[in-house]
Design a protein around this ligand. Structure first.
Ligand code: HEC
Length: 139
């Protein structure tokens, strides 16, 4: 009986550990964010100056004129602003909220073709952590 109880307690402890994975380190968060931004989010396709070979990663996320325009008359922003190092008027928390809601800190929405991202909090935090490390353009 005692053995059984002990076994159950050990299992419960193991179970609790499995349910609470350790918080990622800042380094792990940045690495995941880099993957999400560069391999999934497509942010460079609009926010990085384009060359015939693809986005100019020496100027990653420093803003760009779009290389395409809509075929129908819809609201449209022809340039994507710099978001390198996070947009100047956003805190990291505000950027996390933006990636989850699509709303800027002032409550407004960017025009198309900025996609209305609805990331979960973990992914939004990872993207924010990575983008905060991307160098802004030298003034
Ligand atoms: C298809 C093109 C496109 C893609 C892909 C794209 N963006 Fe945008 N983004 C834009 C444009 C254009 C604007 C400007 C909208 C405006 O001026 O209203 C914008 C605006 C923004 C803003 C608002 C900046 C501000 O000044 O308030 C943020 C933040 C942003 N984008 C982040 C991202 C991130 C992060 C990704 C990738 C996960 C991404 N964007 C992908 C085109 C794009």
């Amino acid at each position: 009986m005692l053995k059984l109880l002990f076994g159950a307690a050990a299992l419960a402890v193991l179970g609790a550990c499995a349910q609470q994975p350790a918080e990622p380190t800042r380094e792990e968060l940045v690495a995941r964010g880099e993957y999400l931004v560069n391999n999934i989010g497509g942010c460079n396709d609009c926010h990085t100056p384009m060359t015939p070979q693809g986005p100019d990663m020496a100027k990653a996320l420093q803003g760009s004129t779009l290389i395409f325009a809509p075929l129908v008359d819809i609201p449209w922003a022809p340039t994507a602003p710099s978001i390198a190092g996070l947009p100047a008027n956003y805190t990291e928390e505000q950027f996390v909220a933006f990636m989850q809601t699509g709303l800027r800190p002032d409550g407004s929405r960017p025009l198309p073709p900025m996609p209305p991202f609805r990331l979960n909090e973990d992914d939004a935090r990872a993207m924010a952590a990575y983008i905060s490390t991307v160098p802004r353009a030298a003034e």
